[in-house]
Design a protein around this ligand. Sequence first.
Ligand SMILES: C[S@@+](CC[C@H](N)C(=O)[O-])C[C@H]1O[C@@H](n2cnc3c(N)ncnc32)[C@H](O)[C@@H]1O
Length: 285
Amino acid sequence: MNQFGGDWTENKIEIIVEYAKAYLNIMNIYATKYSWKLLYFDGFAGSGYIKKGKKENQKLIVGAAKRVLEIEEPRPFDLFYFVEKDIENANNLRENTELQFPEKSIHIVNTDCNEKIKSMSEFLASPKGKKYKALAYIDPCGMQLKWNSLETLQKLSVDVWILVPTGMGVNRLLKNDSNISDAWVSKLETFLGMDKEEILKYFYKEKVSHTLFGEETTTSKEVKAIEKSAVLYKERLAKLFSFVSEPYVLKNKSNSIMFHFFMASNNRSAVKIANEIIKKYNKLN
Ligand SMILES: C[S@@+](CC[C@H](N)C(=O)[O-])C[C@H]1O[C@@H](n2cnc3c(N)ncnc32)[C@H](O)[C@@H]1O
């Protein structure tokens, strides 16, 4: 059973479910007309349920995988592909989905999401895959998503919702004095698809002062590094997809930003719908 999350955990699930319903409503017409198949891909699928809160007043939330499987109207997805790296979660997910929805075509794989994003891209680009339209939900708890995995999705018929750990991940690795360990630099590089020099140039500024003993250079981190990382990620997504939504901003109880949640697509109307949903949930913040 997964254990994490604040109110935004529930909002995030409501957003993806609301979008999935809108997606199915629109795609229903085209799928019939053009014999398209609709694929739902969840790269960090979890166990089926999420435990929320402390032991005394713990609450059980139905996870996104099950919620999307429950959608019947106007039609369900034709195929569900769930990726979950943790073996226990993957086994629980099997019990909570395959056994409960025997009539649905469900695939659960116990591996790394990055590997399967690449497999999905190859499939969607293949002659057989051209008949498929996909909705992907990428919901990691940390910085597990590699930029080069996302790159494989560009130009394909896929709407991707991505949870970006701006406050929880990127900002924590960006040390105030720019003295970042090699391991963390490497993590930032893999996550952002940028090299060290580009990352430092974006997030830090250098100030040269003329002192009695000559020039002195001090390096300091940008004050709004979390917001800057969201702007950066959005710009980077816009290089892969024609349209990128505004983010849903996930804040903790102390009002600190933890994540930004984006939708990217090559379809303008899809992002328009996503923005309408996101706007509604941002107002609750
Ligand atoms: C935030 S939770 C997902 C919650 C889920 N979307 C839901 O609604 O119930 C992240 C999940 O990703 C899994 N995970 C972590 N790293 C992964 C990876 N590299 N590939 C696939 N799954 C991973 C974790 O075991 C965890 O269950």
